[in-house]
Write a protein of this length. Structure first.
Lengths: 381, 82
């Protein structure tokens, strides 16, 4: 493993930081307060190329390797103060797009990937249901075969972009007697009869990205909208999860670096008892822990990305990265508030928002408990 | 040891952790829960390492991996098609 960066990669990182700081930080507090998503910022990210970093040039992407993409996403998280936006970008990049790229037909790729990459359309990815979260494969949504396609019935919830997505990748059972092995994958487009996208659900953090529910009532989906073979849905989901778990939190590394720099600056400037608070070990050691978490988060993410890029199954590496980054951002966000004291608790200082956003990390893409289960199983326990 | 025996040994020892378990070539592995979803991931890694065959996720179905015989047939066809 060699994690040194080329001059081109370092230049890309700088370009991304500059872009994010210049274009993505307007009105973050207001959008967070209102819980509003900005289509304009989404399109700017598409035009800058963010959504295509890991996608082949044939579909309008840049064709970057996984490590370069991870570095660029880290830079995005450093420059962009809107964790909801970076989460949303990562969600589409590491769930919807890889599922299409790796498992869709060429015609499906040509139809759906270019507008996603340009930021002109938004794609959702729907597995979770009211009765199946951690036990994902017990999903109850069904897809009943008809002469020319399938009729979908059921519900999905906690879907990133659910209320506004132009289309969604849906996991539904074509044979409920087979559990995971009866799951199949379908593309459902906005406006298809029988497909309802319910309104935005309010949440604690990541408030600038909409999350919601789908309802399917005899929703007809044509045969050509199925991705992969009937019954391959469980394996497609497992495969996609490796990307999602390894990479979806990459931007949090950049956010943690920004958080660290902010805490250091404050600890050097803020005077109490006649000296900068950073001179007190209680404060300096807390910031040291933030630095340690940042560097470990970097290494564990780069390692997972490197392993995935080298073709092996990275189920355990991805679970390790997701588990560590999820918890690390929560802990460092709490430490940042403690360093800033009462100011850290005030919204106007933009410290507390990170904590509200960070709490999602140990919950989505598999809870931290599920990540521990996966790791334990791969250790033979 | 042929591939069927290797698969059975891996399942019995590594996944089930029951060295005395009797496992037939046509015994159901997936619907019975003997091999669960994480077990499948470990099994695929083992098969790719042992055979050098790349197994795309879209081909990991119950038809191809539901029994030892099904896996052996799938892998045999992959080797022939090269």
């Amino acid at each position: 493993m060699d994690f040194s960066w080329s001059p081109e990669q370092i230049a890309l990182k700088k370009q991304v930081v500059d872009f994010a700081q210049r274009e993505l930080n307007a009105d973050v507090r207001q959008r967070d307060r209102e819980g509003s998503f900005s289509p304009d910022l989404w399109r700017k990210c598409g035009a800058f190329g963010v959504l295509g970093w890991f996608m082949p040039k044939a579909y309008g992407g840049s064709g970057y390797d996984l490590l370069t993409t991870t570095l660029a996403l880290e830079a995005l998280g450093y420059g962009c103060r809107d964790n909801g936006l970076t989460f949303a970008l990562n969600a589409q990049m590491w769930s919807t797009q890889p599922a299409l790229l790796e498992h869709a037909t060429e015609a499906q790729k040509q139809k759906y990937l270019p507008p996603l990459i340009r930021g002109e359309q938004i794609g959702a990815y729907a597995m979770t249901e009211p009765g199946s979260g951690s036990d994902a494969y017990s999903a109850k949504t069904t897809a009943t075969k008809t002469e020319s396609g399938y009729l979908l019935n059921g519900q999905k919830m906690l879907i990133t972009f659910g209320p506004i997505a132009d289309f969604a990748i849906i996991f539904a059972s074509t044979d409920p007697t087979k559990g995971k092995w009866g799951l199949s994958v379908f593309i459902v487009e906005k406006g298809m009869p029988g497909f309802q996208q319910l309104p935005v659900q309010e949440k604690m953090g990541l408030r600038t990205v909409p999350i919601g529910q789908f309802v399917f009532e005899n929703c007809f989906v044509p045969e050509e909208n199925r991705i992969g073979a009937e019954g391959a849905g469980g394996s497609i989901f497992s495969s996609s999860q490796e990307y999602e778990r390894a990479c979806i939190l990459a931007s949090q590394i950049g956010a943690m670096e920004h958080q660290l720099e902010t805490a250091i600056k404050y600890a050097r400037e803020r005077q109490q008892f006649g000296q900068p608070i950073g001179k007190f070990q209680a404060v300096s050691h807390r910031i040291t822990e933030m630095k340690l978490r940042l560097e470990l988060a970097r290494l564990i993410t780069y390692r997972a990305a490197w392993a995935k890029a080298n073709g092996s199954s990275t189920m355990m590496d991805s679970a390790l990265a997701n588990l560590y980054l999820g918890d690390a951002f929560v802990e460092s966000s709490m430490d940042a508030i403690k360093v800033h004291g009462g100011r850290g608790y005030l919204t106007e200082y933009e410290i507390e928002r990170d904590l509200r956003d960070a709490v999602a990390g140990p919950v989505y893409g598999g809870t931290s408990d599920i990540q521990r289960n996966i790791i334990a199983r791969f250790l033979g326990l | 040891m042929d591939i069927k025996e290797q698969i059975k040994q891996f399942i019995i020892v590594e996944l089930a952790g029951q060295p005395g378990l009797a496992l037939g070539n046509d015994d159901d592995l997936l619907l019975s829960g003997l091999v669960d979803s994480l077990g499948v991931v470990r099994l695929i890694g083992f098969l790719e390492e042992q055979t050098g065959v790349n197994i795309p996720p879209g081909e990991i179905t119950i038809e191809n991996f539901g029994t030892v015989n099904a896996m052996a047939a799938y892998l045999g066809a992959k080797v022939v098609s090269g």
